[in-house]
Ligand binder design. Structure first.
Ligand SMILES: [Zn+2]
Length: 77
């Protein structure tokens, strides 16, 4: 899975790091919490340069992760 390293970085509370497609550091992510009592939700990771994105459809969102970042339009999966 191409974004595996990035997800690891996010889970450690760091920035996502290099885009697996173009190598840009201009990457970002956002978590959406759907069930607050269980902190269950989903996450989107993307690259602002090549606009590649990855969606994790179901996960437990750790404390401290970004949940207010706007997801850009036109991401490619
Ligand atoms: Zn990229």
């Amino acid at each position: 899975m191409k974004w595996g390293k990035n997800i690891e970085n996010i889970a450690k509370g760091k920035s996502p790091g290099k885009c697996p497609y173009c190598g840009s550091e201009n990457t970002d992510y956002n978590c959406t919490i759907v069930i607050p009592e269980k902190r269950l939700g989903h996450m989107m990771i993307w690259c602002n340069d090549c606009m590649r994105g990855y969606h994790i459809s179901r996960m437990e969102v750790p404390e401290g992760l970004k949940t207010d970042k706007e997801i850009p339009q036109g991401l490619k999966y």
